[in-house]
Design a protein. Sequence first.
Length: 391
Amino acid sequence: MTLTLEGKEIVLAVTGSIAAVETIRLAHALRRRGACVQGVMSAAAAGILHPDALTYATGRETITRCSGLVEHVEWCGEEGRADLLLIAPCTANTLGKISCGIDDTPVTTFATTALGSGIPVILAPAMHGSMYRHPAMSGHITRLGSWGVTVIPARVDEGRAKIAENEVIVLYAERALMGRPLKGKRVLVTSGPCREPVDDVRVLTSRSSGMMGREVALQAFRLGAQVSVVHEGVFPVVENVPVMTAAEMMEAVLALCEDSPPDIYVSAAAISDFAPEQVPGKIPSGKPVDIRLRPLPKVIDEVMKRCNPFTIAFKLGENAASEAEDLLEKGASLVFANQPGMLGATTGKAVIITRTERVEVEGNKEELAGALWREAVRHSALGTYQGTSAR
């Protein structure tokens, strides 16, 4: 587990939604990423989840009232200890109070103090769907957004606006605390395998799992980017554009480049180099079959030619590092060269190659994605980023 939140102090404030029962797992998830967590609960929350449970999960005494020790100032004042105030779950009542400047619970007192001192504030709403659709609610969310407050979209399901998954909440916390060197940047990622139909039943594909593309996309989100991913799967917190074949990927990528040109293009997908000439119906089994393959155009070449973004290319093969020069000459800004054994694996080694240097990296795929973005930022005008601990 990469300690993306190491050394960060997060105040985890809980309000009176039944989703409060998920707060214990959320506290553990934040701590696993390195954060120190301080719990705060409203009286309504304490009626659903005992404060001792949150104390156990955080390792610190839960704050249930603001005493003469002025805990809200100690944590969220102008020189307070907190790096982030995270209210999860946040009820309709609490969200409306914060928007209107009403301060009558420990949680709203912490929010008032944090907003006044400029500490990042994140709200994770949880309420019935009818409450979420109340006309005032969208106004509250818009107002809070104008103040710099992040309101994580709820999961609308079964008539309820359910609290976001813990993974999503942690990603938003990381985004708030990792410096945002990619803030304002549009990042387009291709990820995973393509599947080329052989007949109406069978497909030709690769061993790619999409894990590397997933970590590259999530790391870009953590660093502040607006991220779109063209692939067959579904990743959290990004725009997912579904495709199956290389032709569909080409079409989707070029459409995105035309509608909203990316600042950065990451070609992490194992895009098909060949497609079979599809046979109608099902090829009969039990006898040899010849399958004719036709070469396919390169998506990365079309992207570099048409919109010329900062391009991060992936090169796979035994001689990937030496062959990276061709991609750099074509216009790629950076090449991630790796071996075929990386496909489907959780860890690996790679060489990150630019026009001026080569950096060898090793680790799990989250660490490799962190190293990739560190080098991308370092070799561009994207900002400052220290990255994660791939070595």
